[in-house]
Design a protein around this ligand. Structure first.
Ligand code: NAD
Length: 491
């Protein structure tokens, strides 16, 4: 692997590339090579204050801008992304660790994500109602921007997560302060380059880099922030929801994605969906397949076929085209995977494949695709999000038992069932408590335009499609007395 040069990036405040007030920086270290890739400003409360003040000052500009002009700006951002997919994807792989194939897909996917809501804005509707009690009154509803919003994103999808929110908040008429995760901020800087190139007015979109517990928290608590769109860990979401006060919020949090495989399921398709759901992005996805519930009659077949399929997966240099899995992103995440695997083995589970850090790589973050069998509900896999490349296999004998196990930890982002029987599938879909239930599809699935969000500990609020614009706006009702009673009927 080639040696990367150390680059210096800045924050983006009021349309200017800006260092931190303190002059402090932090390093971004590649999980793939262990080398320092870049230095970024370690933003603190003073920088957050500056960014929020710029955003507040610019909010009227974007709120008054015609939708046609906002759509044009979003289109230019998408064009700038499209023009740089391969360079941005290379940086994404180096700072994140995901294979280059996935990075190219993720960056390329960011453009249509932005464009989706640019289209939705053209058709955003609000109803008109007539009064029930007073015939002269008519109610005209309209959607108004929240004001100035904070967008805080995690490291697992450094392009797609911001591309689902940052430009969309602007499309809805808000000004934005965006804070990305500190292990993957280079992608966020590239998104700001696209925003800058598109000609978004100064102050409408700002970037702050720095630690979550200082820069992130200062943003959450700033009194001039009207709305928060947070994506990240459930524990962080809980802290934020306590500290944010009355600000409008959408919280996109963790998942424990269960897949239920019935004895009439197509085994080959189920195994492919496990592989996709557990090992894409090394399992570091909110809708990853975290738990696999297999009917006792097909348990052995699933484990055997999965184990031989896992042997074909190639762990290695993420910049190589034929690599299936690169390193994981950071040490705490690998340590959590190790903890869940050790806990299960200590409590009697059986390690079938992988299960310890791979040797002979430039960093200690390379963890192989792992299969753990005979997992039971009292093991950590069942209640602590693993967020790594592990397929924990549980066995069940009837559907109700599987549904109860799936629901038990009270996380509800994405769930799935495989069966040939439509009634069984619908019975499960009605009883599984999650924002989405996939039938004969991997747990790991999303699209641009169906409502996305969690039940219970997976958060609240819905995004994607028109729901993103709804979550960045508030409904206002304008009540008009039309004086109709002054006219004679039929006159
Ligand atoms: P995290 O909660 O540690 O960090 C997320 C972001 O919050 C980062 O930018 C971080 O700097 C910031 N942050 C941390 N503490 C903060 C605080 N006290 N105040 C304000 N900001 C703070 O999460 P992570 O490890 O980056 O991401 C992984 C998690 O995100 C997983 O649980 C995953 O399931 C979840 N996720 C959910 C979705 C979804 O759509 N539901 C999508 C992607 C990831």
């Amino acid at each position: 692997m080639e040696t990367a040069e150390i680059r210096q990036f800045q924050m983006y405040i009021n349309g200017e590339w800006t260092p931190s007030e303190s002059g402090e920086t932090f390093n971004v270290v590649s999980p793939a090579t262990g080398e320092i890739l870049a230095k970024l400003p370690k933003g603190g409360p003073e920088d957050v204050k500056k960014a929020v003040e710029s955003a507040v000052a610019a909010q009227e500009i974007i709120a008054r801008m015609p939708n046609a002009k906002r759509t044009e700006l979003a289109t230019k951002v998408a064009e700038a992304i499209r023009a740089n997919v391969s360079d941005f994807a290379r940086d994404l792989t180096l700072e994140h660790g995901k294979p280059i194939r996935e990075s190219i897909g993720e960056v390329a996917d960011s453009a249509p994500n932005v464009l989706w809501q640019a289209e939705d804005l053209k058709r955003l509707e609000a109803p008109v109602l007539r009064s029930y009690t007073k015939p002269d009154m008519m109610f005209v509803m309209q959607r108004e921007p929240l004001g100035t919003v904070a967008v805080i994103t995690p490291w697992n999808f450094p392009w797609v997560m911001p591309a689902e929110f940052v430009v969309q908040a602007m499309l809805a008429g808000n000004s934005v302060v965006f804070k990305p995760a500190s292990t993957t901020p280079i992608s966020a800087v590239h998104l700001m380059e696209c925003v800058d190139q598109a000609g978004v007015p100064k102050g409408v979109i700002n970037l702050i880099t720095g630690p979550g517990n200082t820069a992130g928290m200062a943003l959450i608590e700033h009194p001039m922030i009207d709305g928060i769109c947070f994506t990240g860990d459930t524990a962080t979401g809980e802290v934020i929801s306590k500290r944010a006060g009355l600000k409008k919020m959408s919280l996109e949090l963790g998942g424990l994605g269960p897949l239920i495989i019935m004895d009439d399921a197509n085994i080959e398709k189920a195994v492919e969906d496990i592989v996709y759901g557990c090992y894409t992005t090394s399992g570091q996805c909110c809708c990853a397949n975290e738990r696999i519930f297999v009917h006792e009659k097909i348990h052995r077949q699933i484990v055997d076929q999965l184990t031989s399929r896992v042997r074909e997966l190639k762990l290695g240099d993420p910049l190589k085209e034929d690599t299936d899995m690169g390193p994981m992103n950071n040490e705490p995440t690998v340590a959590k995977v190790e903890e869940n695997v050790h806990d299960a083995i200590d409590k009697g589970a059986k390690l079938v494949a992988g299960g310890r850090r791979a040797q002979g790589f430039p960093t200690k973050l390379y963890y192989p695709p792992t299969v753990v069998d005979n997992v039971t509900p009292h093991m950590q896999f069942n209640y602590i999000e693993t967020f790594g490349p592990v397929a924990p296999i549980f066995e069940f004998s009837n559907l109700d038992q599987a549904i109860n196990m799936a629901n038990e930890p009270r996380y509800g982002l994405s769930m799935a069932i495989h069966t040939a029987n439509l009634k069984t599938a619908f019975y499960a879909a009605q009883r599984l408590k999650a924002g989405q239930v996939n039938i004969n599809e991997s747990v790991y699935f999303w699209d641009y335009h169906h409502p996305w969000g969690g039940f219970r500990r997976s958060g609240y609020g819905r995004v994607a499609g028109k729901w993103t614009l709804e979550s960045f706006t508030e409904l206002k009702t304008i009540n008009i007395n039309i004086g109709r009673s002054e006219f004679q009927a039929g006159g």
